[in-house]
Design a protein around this ligand. Sequence first.
Ligand code: SF4
Ligand code: SF4
Length: 292
Amino acid sequence: MVVISGKGGTGKTSIVASFAALAQNAVLADCDVDAADLHLVLQPSIRQTSDFSGGKKASIMTEKCVGCGKCEDVCNFGAVIFKGPANDVCEKTYAIDPISCEGCGVCVHFCTNDAIEFKDAVNGQWFISDTRFGPMVHARLGIAEENSGKLVSLIRKEAKRIAEERKKDLIIVDGSPGIGCPVIASITGADLVLIITEPTLSGKHDLDRIVDLAAGFGIPTLVAINKFDLNADIAGEIEVDVRERNVKAVGKIRYDNVFTKAQIMKCSVVEYTGGAVTEDIKALWRNVTYAF
Ligand code: SF4
Ligand code: SF4
C-alpha cells in the first residue's frame, strides 16, 4: 500500500507512522527520499548502510589535461570551468563542477587526451533498519542530487525482498509527493494507493492530478481528507468529485495540533493520544485494510 499526496504538508507521513503502529506484520518503506522524515517518528536502529549510485559523474585528471578547452565547448550544462590547477603543460587547466555535471559523458568522448574520468557517482545512502513496528527501508539523498526515482525503485525492491524473506504480508510505503518520476516509481506495481488530501483549493487541484496519475496505472485508489473540518465545504466538494470518478473517500481526519506534538515527541499520533483524532485514524485504517 502506497500513501501519497499531491504536495507536501498534508500530514501524509504522520498518517503512515500511525498506520505503522496499527499494522501487524508490515514492512515499512520511506520513498519520500527528497524529504525523508518518517525516521524522525519511527527512530530506526540502522542495521545496514549502502551507498546509492544513480549515475556517473565526470572529473578531470589535471596531470593529463593540456588545456585545449574542448570539454568546455561540448558541455551543454556549463559544468566545465577554466580554473583547474596548473600542471607541467599549462598554468591553468580545466575542472568539472560535480553539482552541475549531469553525467552525460560527452566531454569524455571528445577529450583526445583521455584526461577525463567517468565514475559511478555516490548520490546518497540507503538503509535497512529495525523500528518498534518492524523492519524499515529508507534513504538519504545527497544535497542537490537527482535520480530519486531510481532510489525509490531500489527501496521498494528491498522492502519487497524483506517482506518475502520475513513472511510479512503488507508493505506500507510513504510515497513521494507530487506527480513526477519519484511518485511514479513509488506507485508502480502497488496493490493500493491511498491519497491524503486537505480541504483547500490547491489540495483539490493536486488531488485531481494525482487521481489521474493513479488511474493511468490502473491501481485501486482511495482518498482520505485530513483536517477536513478546516473547510467543510471544500471537503464535501472533494467527496463528490472523487465519487464521480469512482474513487472511494474512505476517511476524514479532524484538525488537531497533536499531529505536531506527536512528531516533537517522536511518536505517532495513535501512540501519543487516545483522543478523537486517533479514532479518526483508526477508522481510516479499518476502511483501508477492508479494501485489500
Ligand atoms: S578536453 Fe581534455 S585535455 Fe582538453 S581541456 Fe578538457 S580535459 Fe583538458
Ligand atoms: S559529463 Fe556531460 S555534463 Fe558532465 S561535464 Fe561532461 S559534458 Fe558536462
